[in-house]
Design a protein around this ligand. Structure first.
Ligand SMILES: Nc1ncnc2c1ncn2[C@@H]1O[C@H](COP(=O)(O)OP(=O)(O)OP(=O)(O)O)[C@@H](O)[C@H]1O
Ligand SMILES: [Mg+2]
Length: 753
């Protein structure tokens, strides 16, 4: 099927032609034939890189240009939302109406906002959580949405984030039963079932743009699914590296999936030692640049240094303990072919598009505390395989499992290579997961009675897949809880959210968190300090990630707790036994979160936090993100419940937490380009306020460590100071030899702020 024969607007055709698409991939043809362009709902389950996005693009553009309305594109991750946002930029040259071009927006984060401005956009790309929060704010523009794309819908089966997507789709369908839904998925077994739920036509394909060869390595030989085999030269290392080196010799890149972060780093380290001997000189220079960029992005930590060292040899590790800035550098360098081997944790498989000729699945097992070791799902294994084969670069992709015995080889062949991915199951049934959605349904008036609530949840995938009766009893329990905690109230048959309930729903926090915060604010403490609030938010189920005391850390945390004993806004549990269901051990876990945050806002370096508490930078920043959010919620609830005396403190803490600074730096970190390190340097140089900076000369600013000419100029522009044109010219020319260096230091301190 040719693109120019399709029933889509000419303007879209010409954009596609410019992009180099002339004919459709088979799964795209299937979707068109099934009626995607005629408004039919579709569930398309098809392998990675089989071109699912283009279906969404064509449906969206046809709808908004010919029928009007808006498109909402849902993705599970912020990084994927950015990727799609880039993909859609090519359409912004098209005129929707004379003089008015197609507008694309991306939204994520800030869950306490209805984003009214989005009414002006035609295509809104959003994370699932953000869309959920926007629905809770009852944003009027949602009513204009005529087509929804649910990307990566197989993630419905993920325990923590899947239910949100499920509820968002249920709500959108309830608001507008005629909305068109295009659901895109990896290959799954029950696309038909999802299709029935969404009243959509299911399409399943196995087509891949780059053919995939799946195989199992054992004892120097890879046995492929199609019966072929390949010998791998033995060396004194291990099968993973033997295979990797073999691929490298043939000009391919390798992606190794490791079981844990620690193993990803370790595997990278070993691979890096091996490659040191094989790396050609010209490659080295480029790699030195990448390593340098890593070291100058964000704070310097031993984790970043370990990464930079591996990069020098064309190898890297990739896991969620790295900062977003570092992960991005690694992803880009791997895509550009600079890095040859990447050793990653499984999170990479569900993230941004990062293909390699060969994927090595180093372990098919996982460890979960309390469960022990268990084999991964076929679905997860197939996700790994999905990363094999770079379109345009590789003629085929390979996915290799590693077996230690012949028995294991048979087992892996049968249970992974030849196996079908599992059905996906709704995870909405867990009370913890269901609770916030029940409150939101009532608060947004999606349901006005207990019966209405039941009817709403009977429309979910959970109810569709299981027995609707099962959800009824759960809803009853949750309603009693919400009623007892005064978030909802009954007025005869009428079920309503209280002011408190509505605010909690909008704040996008777990109702249990809201109870913790509300009670803490009433209980207070003998002396209310930063620690009081930081511990309070650390008690909520919304703080993430949860931190656990490591062996030998108890004593230190216990000491910290004793030092601050008058500052806790709750009863401290007895050393033995528990108080209100919280054991002392759990309490120490809360104290650990509070302590890490406390150090963060007192300018302890990321490296020191890593050394002392073993909390990696990526986790610190994620925790800071959730803490910031919870402090916002604390502030809002303090306002709602009339704790006027706590408003100032909770507000300031939010800012300090966002930036990781002591109070005195708060005015300085407001400047763009100034993070906590630079703010401290500016403060040390004697500038305490924006007013001080206004009077500073640019030459003096440039003499401050970490500040180059570009940033100095930017600061002056922000504080409203004057720069004489001649002064700037001479400074610029004088600093040419150091320009590269200053560009490096001008790199944003940490993009996740
Ligand atoms: N008809 C086509 N002709 C040429 N290239 C295409 C065509 N359709 C899609 N592509 C290219 O194929 C690549 C993969 O497409 P896409 O990202 O849509 O995959 P996907 O099916 O969504 O995979 P994933 O499961 O990873 O999300 C993109 O680089 C896209 O530009
Ligand atoms: Mg996709």
């Amino acid at each position: 099927m040719q693109v120019d024969e399709l029933p889509i607007p000419d303007s879209v055709k010409s954009v596609l032609a410019k992009t180099g698409y002339d004919s459709l991939y088979p799964p795209q043809e299937d979707a068109i034939k099934a009626g995607a362009l005629e408004g039919k709902n579709i569930v398309l389950a098809s392998p990675t890189a089989s071109g699912k996005t283009l279906i969404a693009e064509m449906v969206i553009l046809k709808t908004i240009l010919e029928k009007g309305g808006k498109a909402l594109y849902l993705t599970p991750l912020r990084a994927l939302a950015s990727e799609k946002y880039e993909d859609f930029q090519k359409y912004t040259s098209i005129e929707k109406t004379p003089g008015r071009k197609v507008r694309v927006a991306m939204t994520s984060g800030d869950y306490d906002s209805s984003d009214i401005y989005l009414a002006n956009f035609d295509i809104v790309i959003s994370t699932n959580e953000k869309a959920d929060s926007v629905l809770r704010h009852r944003s009027p523009w949602i009513a204009d949405v005529s087509v929804v794309i649910a990307d990566e819908i197989h993630l419905i089966t993920e325990a923590d984030r899947g239910p949100t997507l499920e509820v968002v789709l249920t709500r959108l369908l309830k608001l507008n039963p005629r909305i068109q839904i295009i659901a895109l998925s990896a290959t799954i077994k029950n696309a038909v079932e999802i299709g029935e739920w969404l009243k959509a036509i299911p399409i399943t394909t196995e087509w891949r743009p780059v053919p995939l060869r799946e195989g199992v390595y054992h004892n120097g030989e890879i046995q492929f699914k199609d019966g072929a085999s390949r010998t791998i030269p033995h060396s004194d290392t291990n099968p993973i590296f033997d295979t990797a080196l073999d691929v490298l010799r043939e000009g391919g890149q390798v992606l190794i999936f490791a079981e844990t972060r620690r193993m990803a780093v370790e595997m990278g380290r070993k691979a890096s030692a091996l490659l040191r001997r094989h790396l050609p000189k010209p490659d080295r220079r480029g790699l030195e640049n990448i390593a340098q960029r890593i070291l100058s992005t964000g704070e310097r930590t031993r984790l970043g240094e370990a990464l930079a060292e591996q990069v020098l040899n064309g190898v890297a590790f990739h896991h969620a303990g790295l900062t977003g800035g570092h992960r991005k550098i690694i992803e880009d360098s791997f895509k550009a072919g600079r890095l040859k081997i990447l050793s990653a944790t499984p999170t990479l498989a569900a993230g941004v598009n990062l293909p390699a000729r060969t994927v090595i699945v180093s372990s098919y097992e996982r460890y979960e505390p309390g469960y022990g070791r268990y084999p991964i799902s076929v679905l997860e294994y197939k996700q790994f395989c999905g990363r094999a084969g770079r379109p345009k670069y590789d003629k085929f992709g390979e996915a290799i499992l590693i077996a230690r015995t012949e028995d294991e080889q048979d087992y892996l062949m049968k249970n992974y290579v030849l196996a079908e991915p599992e059905r996906i199951w709704s995870k909405l049934g867990a009370e913890k997961v269901l609770r916030p959605h029940v409150l939101a349904t009532i608060a947004t008036r999606f349901a006005n009675s207990e019966e209405g609530l039941m009817r709403f949840f009977e429309k979910t995938f959970y109810a569709f897949q299981y027995d609707p009766k099962m959800i009824r009893s759960k809803l009853g329990d949750i309603l009693s809880f919400l009623n007892r905690e005064q978030m909802v109230e009954f007025d005869g048959q009428d079920l309503k959210a209280t002011k408190f309930g509505r605010r909690v729903s909008e704040l996008y926090i777990d109702p249990v968190s809201a109870v913790v915060l509300r009670d803490g604010l009433y209980t207070r403490a003998k002396s209310i300090t930063d620690v009081s609030f930081l511990h309070l938010i650390s008690r909520t189920p919304d703080i993430a990630p949860k931190l656990y005391p490591r062996r030998g850390e108890d004593e230190m945390l216990d000491l910290f707790a004793k030092e601050h004993q008058d500052e806790f806004m709750c009863e401290v549990p007895e050393y033995y036994g528990d108080t209100n269901g919280v054991t002392y051990e759990e309490f120490l876990s809360e104290v650990k979160c509070a302590r890490v945050l406390y150090e963060w806002i007192n300018e302890t370096s990321e490296d020191a936090i890593l050394e002392v508490h073993k909390v990696e930078p990526g986790d610190i920043l994620r925790m800071v993100d959730s803490a910031k959010w919870l402090l916002h919620a604390t502030h809002q609830l303090a306002e709602l419940f009339g704790h006027k005396d706590l408003l100032g403190a909770t507000y300031e803490l939010q800012v300090r937490c966002a930036k990781g600074v002591k109070s005195e730096l708060v005015p300085l970190v407001e400047l763009e380009g100034v993070g906590r390190l630079r703010a401290r340097a500016i403060h040390n140089a004697g500038y305490r306020s924006l007013k001080d900076l206004r009077h500073a000369s640019i030459t003096n600013l440039m003499s401050i460590p970490l500040i180059g000419p570009t940033l100095a100029k930017k600061i002056k522009e922000q504080v409203g100071g004057l720069i004489k044109a001649e002064e700037w010219e001479t400074l610029k020319s004088k600093s040419t030899q150091t320009t590269e260096q200053s560009l490096l230091t001008d790199y944003k301190e940490e993009e996740e702020f």
